[in-house]
Design a binder for this molecule. Structure first.
Ligand code: PEP
Length: 255
């Protein structure tokens, strides 16, 4: 492993799933996060906002980080139903996902909105997991690299560095579909992201930024995907709702 290679991160995105009883899943994850696994990979769970405080309390001492799934750009104000990055941090989160394709699609978030949210995350001391990824039409038109690079340039704030930024490459067509790109396609996009990061965070810091792959990661395909050059972990949706599957994915790093 090269000295510059960052510690991998496997982050679970529970989306709009989970009630208080789901604390059981988190407890199972804690139990399976053995010292051997801890030595190889960092784990984070991003539950719905209603569970962040409870999840953070449960996770004290477990070293499983807790994250939000979105935040507002402003610190406070008349934004009914929204949550600020400061509120997430106050509840115990250390990460927040911004620019997930479901936010871009259903809430019409543009790159500049995502960038403002990432700025807010940094202001609150959170690490922003900035999501990018092409649609099926864009991939079929040969535009995947151009789309991802444009999203990155528009969504990553200038104050980003390898501590406060994680990039997640999530092809939209792979999310929740059971489809995944080939290892060669993942390698090509992650290499392009790494190149772009040199311009965004500087040549020295770019190799240390974690670039996650997300989209239908399962215990059965994790080892192949996590072995791809420039893949420094996974953003996991559906499979993160089952502790054994989430841990099985992280277990890809046990070799
Ligand atoms: C996601 O929504 O970030 C995701 C990767 O979902 P899934 O793993 O279910 O494809």
């Amino acid at each position: 492993m090269s000295v510059d290679r960052p510690r991998p991160l496997v982050a679970g995105n529970w989306k709009m799933n989970g009630l208080r009883a789901s604390a059981r899943v988190l407890e199972e994850i804690h139990a399976g996060y053995t010292p051997g696994l801890r030595a190889k990979v960092e784990l984070a769970v991003c539950p719905p906002a209603t569970l962040i405080g409870h999840a953070a309390q449960l996770s004290v001492g477990s070293r499983v980080a807790i994250g939000g799934q979105d935040c507002h750009a402003k610190e406070s104000g008349a934004f009914t139903g929204d949550l600020s990055a400061e509120m997430l941090a106050d509840a115990g989160a250390t990460y927040v996902i911004v620019g997930h394709s479901e936010r871009r699609q259903y809430h019409k978030e543009k790159d500049q909105d995502v960038c403002a949210k990432a700025v807010a995350a940094h202001r609150a001391g959170l690490t922003a997991i900035v999501c990018v990824g092409e649609t099926r039409e864009e991939r079929e038109a040969g535009k995947a690299l151009a789309v991802v690079k444009k999203q990155l340039r528009g969504s990553v704030p200038v104050d980003s560095n390898s501590h406060n930024l994680v990039v997640a490459y999530e092809p939209v067509w792979a999310i929740g579909t059971g489809l995944t790109p080939t290892a060669a396609d993942v390698a090509e996009v992650h290499a392009a992201i790494r190149e772009e990061l040199k311009r965004l965070v500087g040549k020295a810091d770019a190799p240390k930024v974690r670039i996650l792959y997300g989209g239908s990661v399962k215990p059965t395909n994790a080892a192949e995907l996590m072995a791809v050059e420039n893949v420094n972990g996974a953003l996991v949706g559906g499979a993160s709702l089952v502790a054994a599957d989430f841990l099985g994915i992280a277990g890809a790093y046990l070799g």
